[in-house]
Design a protein around this ligand. Structure first.
Ligand SMILES: Nc1ncnc2c1ncn2[C@@H]1O[C@H](COP(=O)(O)OP(=O)(O)O)[C@@H](O)[C@H]1O
Ligand SMILES: N[C@@H](CCOP(=O)(O)O)C(=O)O
Length: 314
């Protein structure tokens, strides 16, 4: 039997995310309180995409748009596509800056597709949604917090991506410093070596483990816990302004890291009021999003995720 599609529009708010958080390369991620708002409905034929805000006038307006690609991949998992789609995107997450905009588009698309199918949430549960989104993104560390909210530890097993969601401690104070220029994740990944010294791998294993404790229990340890030897150093040449700002913040005791693949900088502890990053940077204090990509309308009716959902399995 075929699928039944919902005729009413479905909406989703997708949070920005910061991945890696220093040593947790391709694993750790945090959901932040800045959102893209996406709406979709089934139509009789064709595919239209309206974009306002970030990416307006640049992103495609057809089925090659990333949100639609993720929707179609999800419908294909379900075995049937609707006749047509109309999608609208109000984008507030800066794109190609290291704040998880592509993951927000992918997770948004997966969630919209689930919402547009009667019984879509049962046919594709959160665990399957995470697997689809991570497969499309290529790494799970942004899609996990975008989907689930909070602070997530994600990994890839034989059956695809999995994640647990943890509650960040109250003392975690995210500030982002966003530059005007873009930096593409694919470019930043190409700067990484295929092998690293064993001592650096051991260093990062220790810091990542400490970071889980610091972020959930003891933020006073965030400064040593955010040291990294696996990616930031290799990427510094390609983003010298980012490397300098991380160093300047760390020199005054702030637990600063490259956000995702950069070029945005993320501070996890309070930035002194007299610290000035320079006119090049737009700084913004953000909260930690606790809910993830919540769908309104349609068939995904999960409640807001509270701040504590330790051990949530995907
Ligand atoms: N909201 C969006 N809607 C559609 N495509 C998007 C959106 N956000 C990002 N993308 C696509 O992803 C690319 C940026 O991906 P990436 O380099 O991974 O940056 P980020 O760190 O912001 O995720 C953009 O050039 C665009 O092609
Ligand atoms: N682990 C990835 C994270 C990329 O995050 P993004 O927000 O820059 O897409 C990496 O470091 O490549």
């Amino acid at each position: 039997m075929g699928l039944t599609f919902v005729t009413a529009p479905v909406s989703v708010s997708t949070p920005a995310t910061s991945a890696n958080l220093g040593p947790g390369f391709d694993t750790l991620g945090l959901a932040l309180t800045r959102y893209d708002d996406l709406t979709a409905r089934v139509t009789g034929s064709g595919c239209t995409v309206e974009v306002s805000g970030q990416g307006a006038g640049e992103l495609p307006a057809d089925e090659t748009h990333l949100v639609v690609r993720a929707m179609l991949a999800t419908f294909d998992e379900l075995g049937e596509r609707p006749a047509g789609l109309a999608v609208s995107c109000v984008n507030r997450i800066p794109q190609a800056r290291g704040m998880g905009s592509s993951s927000a588009a992918i997770v948004g698309g997966v969630q919209l597709a689930r919402g547009l199918v009667v019984g879509g949430t049962e046919l594709i549960d959160d665990a399957a949604a995470l697997r689809i989104a991570a497969r499309l993104e290529g790494h799970p560390d942004n899609v996990a917090p975008c989907l689930l909210g909070g602070f997530t530890v994600a990994w890839t097993g034989p059956d695809g991506a999995r994640a647990v969601r943890l509650a960040p401690a109250d003392g975690v104070r995210p500030t982002v410093f966003v530059p005007a220029e873009r930096g593409y994740t694919a470019t930043a990944r190409a700067a990484l070596p295929s092998e690293v010294p064993h001592r650096d791998a051991a260093f990062n294993a220790g810091r990542s483990a400490l970071l889980v404790h610091a972020l959930t229990t003891d933020p006073s340890l965030l400064f040593p816990a955010t040291e990294d030897r696996l990616h930031q150093g290799y990427r510094a040449e390609g983003m010298p302004g980012t490397a300098s700002l991380v160093a300047a913040l760390r020199s005054v005791g702030v637990a600063a890291v490259v956000s995702g693949a950069g070029p945005t900088v993320l501070a996890l502890t309070e930035v002194p009021g007299d610290f000035h990053p320079g006119a090049h940077w737009h700084s913004e204090v953000l909260g930690v999003d606790g809910a993830g990509a919540v769908v309104k309308g349609g068939m995904v009716e999960h409640a807001e995720r509270g701040p504590v959902a330790a051990g949530r399995k995907s």
